[in-house]
Design a protein. Sequence first.
Length: 135
Amino acid sequence: DEYPALRIPKVTLGKLKLQKLDVSGVAMQLDFDVDNDHASNMMLHDLDFDLNIAGIQVGDGKVEELGEVEGATTKTFSLPINVDYASVLAAGVDLLSGKKLSVKMDANLDVDTPFGITVPLTIDESGNVTVEDDR
């Protein structure tokens, strides 16, 4: 059997959305785009991630079913992140809306292709993202 060459999806960090502040910490959501340059749909699952803000690990987790990215499209996904105040203070993070923060996401996930093949994908993405107040 011959399959077309699989193009690796490109991941780009989006906004960090501040959702809630309470006595236990800060609830945020990190948006990220997955650009599927391939003509076929891809199903993303078993995402295992670590998140750093300003050089301090502030969250990690696992998402079993992330979702599908249709062929030749870009889809935005969101990761819920809960951060305790000790981590926020350690990072010296200014969570005011409109500020830019240094964010790094390390992750592994599986990509199901239409050819019956599951391909592991490693994400090592960092950049300065805008904080948006969604409270």
